[in-house]
Write a protein that binds this ligand. Structure first.
Ligand code: AMP
Length: 301
């Protein structure tokens, strides 16, 4: 039995930032999200890798208590993403995407995942996200989904349908503007709520995020990081922490979701201070609590 089912890519990332570069590092939306969620609960991943995916990466994920029964090993190469960041570290430029084994991927949710109460539908084709949701034995208590420009450009309607099927539809500011054709994030958040999402969370990279429900509004600050080394996976580690924290506490009240957002921002900020999963591998709950307390101080007046 797993607490949180995490769907998303498992990848090799090659990326360059103003502070350095890495080649064929461990990446992928599911990898980041499950590693972050594992700080709080037991996740199980639904994804696909090729024959080139090193045993060492699977061993690391298992060492974090992450169940990998839902990871298909297929003939061929693992998903590959190549990106570049300039001094505006919030925006990644995608230089290359090779779907490889993800092409034609038909996810199969293991029996022991099907009754999980928490489901994170990370970055993948909306059809794959929908298929995983449909394979669950019952509607989970909380369905969080994520999207990105790549899928909005390919099939906007399908992304909108996934927003409708989610309790929390996560996206960043650029994606929200693109999806709802507006420059106002408040208007975009209202559109998310109109699509039946109970909660709209729009991330603003280093500037924090906004949270909106029918009755309330909350704005979380960004952590004042002096040096962002590599923001890759910030969105996914935010999402993994959010759902992991909510699964652990079992409390979906407005107040607790706000707390979960601050925890998620703290983990995402640690992640951005190193390449790939380097920092996610190192941080402890004590480190996170420390940063959450600093967040408190930042907004006190
Ligand atoms: P983010 O949290 O948004 O920075 O996501 C970064 C991760 O998304 C990287 O590790 C990539 O491997 C992965 N990624 C990039 N493009 C895609 C895509 N089209 N579908 C799924 N995952 C992707």
């Amino acid at each position: 039995m797993v607490d949180v089912v995490v769907l998303g890519s498992m990848a090799f990332d090659s990326l360059e930032t103003p502070f350095g570069k890495v080649d064929m590092a461990l990446g992928g939306s599911a990898t980041y999200a499950a590693t972050a969620a594992s700080l709080f609960v037991k996740p199980g991943i639904v994804s696909i890798v090729g024959t080139d995916f090193p045993e060492e990466h699977s061993k690391f994920l298992e060492s974090r208590g992450i169940d990998l029964k839902g990871v298909e090993h297929a003939e061929g190469k693992t998903f590959y993403w190549k990106g570049k960041y300039g001094f505006d570290i919030n925006a990644a430029e995608t230089l290359d995407v090779q779907l490889n084994v993800v092409e034609g991927f038909k996810p199969k949710v293991p029996e022991e995942y099907k009754n999980a109460d928490y489901l994170f539908l990370g970055n993948f084709e909306p059809a794959i996200q929908k298929s995983v949701l449909e394979q669950m034995a019952k509607r989970p208590k909380l369905v969080v989904s994520d999207t990105m420009n790549y899928y909005i450009e390919k099939d906007r309607e399908a992304v909108l349908e996934m927003v409708k099927l989610s309790d929390i539809a996560l996206m960043n500011d650029g994606e929200a503007r693109q999806l709802f054709k507006t420059s106002s994030l408040v208007e975009a958040a209202k559109e998310i709520l109109k699509l039946d999402s109970k909660i709209a969370i729009i991330k603003k990279g280093e500037h924090g995020c906004i949270f909106m429900t029918k009755d309330s509004f909350f704005s979380a600050p960004g952590y004042p990081l002096e040096k962002v080394v590599d923001p890759t996976g910030a969105g996914d580690s935010f999402a993994g922490t959010l759902i992991g924290y909510l699964a652990k506490t079992g409390d979906l009240s407005d107040e607790n979701v706000r707390k979960a957002i601050v925890y998620a921002s703290a983990v995402a900020s640690y992640n951005a201070e190193g390449f790939s999963l380097d920092n996610l591998k190192k941080i402890s709950l004590e480190d996170i609590d420390k940063r959450v307390n600093e967040f408190k101080k930042i907004v006190e007046f």
